[in-house]
Ligand binder design. Sequence first.
Ligand code: PLP
Length: 405
Amino acid sequence: MYDVAKIREDFPILSRTVYGKPLVYLDNGATTQKPRCVVESITDEYYSVNANVHRGVHFLSQQATHLHEASRETVRRFINARSISEIVFTRGTTESINLVASTFADSQMQEGDEVIVSVMEHHSNIVSWQLQAARKGIRLRVIPMNERGELLMDEYERLFSPRTRLVSVAHVSNVLGTVNPVKRIIGIAHAHGVPVLIDGAQSIPHMKVDVQDLDADFFVFSGHKVYGPTGIGVLYGKEEWLDRLPPYQGGGEMIKNVSFEKTTFNELPFKFEAGTPDYIGSTALAKALDYVSALGMEQIAAYEHELTVYAMRQLREIPGMRLIGEAEQKGGVLSFLVGNIHHFDMGTLLDRLGIAVRTGHHCAEPLMRRLGIEGTVRASLGLYNTKEEIDALVAGIRRVSQMFG
Ligand code: PLP
């Protein structure tokens, strides 16, 4: 039984009010709220275990190291990676993509080589590559989509050339909610001998991810979008790929031996983890992953699907409603515009009713350009949202619409 009322009790912030109204938090695509166990993990570790990891002989350092490395194992299990060598802790999705873009371009790409991305990418999966494009003369090829917000797979296949070196696409669009057919995308790329990076920022909180089943070469996500803390994220990479890539940053932890003449690098995953890692964050992230695992990713997915269907049905009935993103396979991201009401006005007025949504281009300006709009209002669901909150959103939108006549 999925007991959402009981689940909500784990998230103290959900019972607060804003402007005297109960908070309706529908900005989970930007960041999720944290259950008590995640917040307590942070204070507990600082109060009772805090010490720098990996290089201490003393008790606390060893205990902190144990927690940090146990968290890596939790992440490995959560995404079913083969080995903890394949789990690199980063600051988040953005840093993970930049790490791959930089090291992959440096070691695997020449001028004129190509990276395939899609039209619905977040800026982090565009600009990271553009920086390399400018530096190395690499070209970006873009998978187009149809009006419902589904990638055109035939067009995708046509983008491959002898110069294609990597495909880098979002698992779930943060604007449209489209769940891209990443297993097929990976299969097609592999048939061309090309590896694939999957941006899992918007999928990891909502569905079971198995990187071996997907056969992803790289899979990246952020802790804060999956009920964990800010400042920590994950780069999964197949060992064979991580081995081939050079270090990203230099510093402590990532070396084996250093002399002024020659430095040798540490083994995986430490080769990519220069400096003191966010060991407090990794423990808290593991707590978050344990939390969602205990609820069950399938159960979360089923519950959120039910909410999404419920929301879409009601939103469609609002006069002047334009839903943006109506893919057959769609997660709980509800982007919309109503009549001529500016997305910013809608968001601001909903906020006054206690309803937190996001407005703007959602870090996907090329997608906005494709859609011929400046921005949208976006309500994005999480595991603790309820049908009552959807009702409040719908009533709020109707009220704002009436204000604008
Ligand atoms: N990719 C997608 C699809 C996202 O939705 C986001 C954040 O909204 C990111 C990447 C960037 O994540 P972060 O800011 O946590 O690095």
